[in-house]
Design a binder for this molecule. Sequence first.
Ligand SMILES: [Zn+2]
Length: 352
Amino acid sequence: MLRSTPQPWRALSIALTVIAVACAPDISDSAANNTTPQPRQASTTTEVPPTSTSTPPTIPATTTTIAPATSTQPTTTLATTTTLPTPALGITRYGIPVRISEPTTEGWKVFDPCGNPQTISKIFPIRETQVVLDPGHGGKDPGTRGPTGLKESELNLKVTVAVAQLLQEQGFPTLLTRTGDYYIELDERIALSDAANATALVSIHHNAPIAAKSNKPGTEVFAQTGDTESARLAGLLHKEVFEVLNNIDGIEWTSRWDAGALRVVNSEGGDAYSLVRKPQTTNALLEIAYLASPSEGTFMAKDGYVHLVAPAIAAAIKTFLTSDQNGTALLERARIHNPSGGRRTCPEVELE
Ligand SMILES: [Zn+2]
């Protein structure tokens, strides 16, 4: 029945820890049902609470009694009902971030990673997100592969989770579009990002195919045409990531001549990549360096790589959020590229 079952627990136990900190208390917990364990504390979020019946998110929050101090008039009681809005996003029991359509009598109607409606019994709402991180590829789409066999989708996720942990620790609520090795539609990544109403969206990738030999890393960051904040985000990401990689000795780098913070447009002049073109959220797409290159890819498969590059990405995002600084200047001339590739089929992902 399910063509693709995620293997979420290794990655998800980490990712849930990261993501769940950003979540407001579960609606069912904050209302009448206080028996459900709270999954939100960072130290306890690797445990997924048991099944519980969700309470619909209409919560009579306050009843205010107004009694005139000196009056013989009958007391007037005004009942004020505050309705907590349905959250736009939530995390399923398997740690999959999803858009929420509406509460139902059975639970919640949500959109799965293929963008299809599904009804699930339990959700952990996300109330606040400042940063969305999008680890490229996943599931049947592994992206490129390194010389050790390392899949780009796996490396992208490792780096993204590490960046998210750093941002969370510094007080920036962060959401991942993908939390395990499953396929998610590009349009659903975009819809999730925009529904989060975040300040910044960063897609994280590693590059292929092999470019020309270079004495410098070929880090590329793509910005959205016409958006100066996107250019600033791209420039800061490029500056930090390029600098940290450039300080490493013994790597034979590869690069294109126009690597840097740049725009990639198609023949019609629109941004070539839909993940850059379509989001309403200020965004940038980062190609850290070339996983497909033997020297770079061997280095990227080592344990220290993630711990080296993740702080640089987190620092760039923090600078973007907390200052008006610029990093690397956006190249004036856009690269022309016409991506191929039609629609892929989307295997269903198990949500709970
Ligand atoms: Zn990629």
